[in-house]
Design a protein around this ligand. Structure first.
Ligand code: CA
Length: 222
């Protein structure tokens, strides 16, 4: 949620960032336009966040990526386009309907070979990856699925990442509610729990980046 603009930026600065700080591929702009017609469109990441994540993936020379919460495919498209030809993304989502849009754009962008969609509860998908010997094999992960399971996803993803691998966690500001004591529902409680846990987790090096709705970067220590 809250992907429309970066929290705390004036509209003028937001426009400036989009105009000069993002080189959005035309196909990604079209995906954003199509997604805008869906009531849940705020679940799509902001273009400046897509550019940022694509750069991160290039910087760490990622080949194997994991995504939890694919929605209509904008973030996975940004990541897949940044990967080398042999790069792969495993995408986890529960919605056939939303990911049908994603598949269409992956195909059109020529990255469908790089992306494997796993429909079903992500906890089960991650468990099956661990059982099939893929522990410590992923370079990059993006966590943006249901917030209630964030703490559980975090533990599984840490096991799946290689030492030096990078995890990006979305919506850590939860629309600003994260610092509102009067808001105390299940999603905000889960995000708070994870934020507080990561802050003191010696297994990772952390930077909470105030882009869009807050994106925590956690690098698994060697
Ligand atoms: Ca999100």
């Amino acid at each position: 949620m809250m992907s429309g603009k970066s929290l705390g930026l004036s509209d003028e600065l937001q426009d400036y960032v989009r105009r000069l700080g993002v080189r959005e591929a035309p196909i990604m702009a079209r995906l954003r336009e199509e997604t805008a017609a869906i009531p849940e469109h705020d679940m799509q990441i902001a273009p400046e966040q897509g550019a940022f994540m694509a750069l991160l993936v290039s910087l760490i020379d990622a080949h194997r990526c994991l995504e939890l919460g694919t929605f209509t495919g904008y973030s996975s498209l940004a990541v897949a386009l940044a990967l080398p030809a042999e790069g792969r993304v495993i995408c986890c989502d529960v919605s056939e309907e939303w990911t049908a849009i994603a598949r269409r754009y992956w195909r059109e962008a020529g990255v469908e070979e790089k992306i494997e969609l796993r429909l079903g509860p992500a906890l089960q998908t991650l468990e099956s990856l661990l059982r099939s010997g893929q522990e410590g094999s992923f370079d990059f992960a993006f966590l943006d699925a249901d917030k209630e399971n964030y703490p559980a996803y975090y533990e599984q993803i840490l096991r799946l990442l290689r030492p030096g691998g990078l995890l990006a966690i979305d919506n850590v500001f939860w629309g600003g509610d994260i610092v509102r004591p009067d808001v105390d529902d299940a999603p905000v409680r889960a995000v708070r729990t994870l934020n507080e846990r990561i802050a003191v987790d010696e297994r990772v090096t952390v930077s909470m980046v105030p882009i869009a709705d807050g994106l925590t970067l956690a690098r698994k220590r060697d």
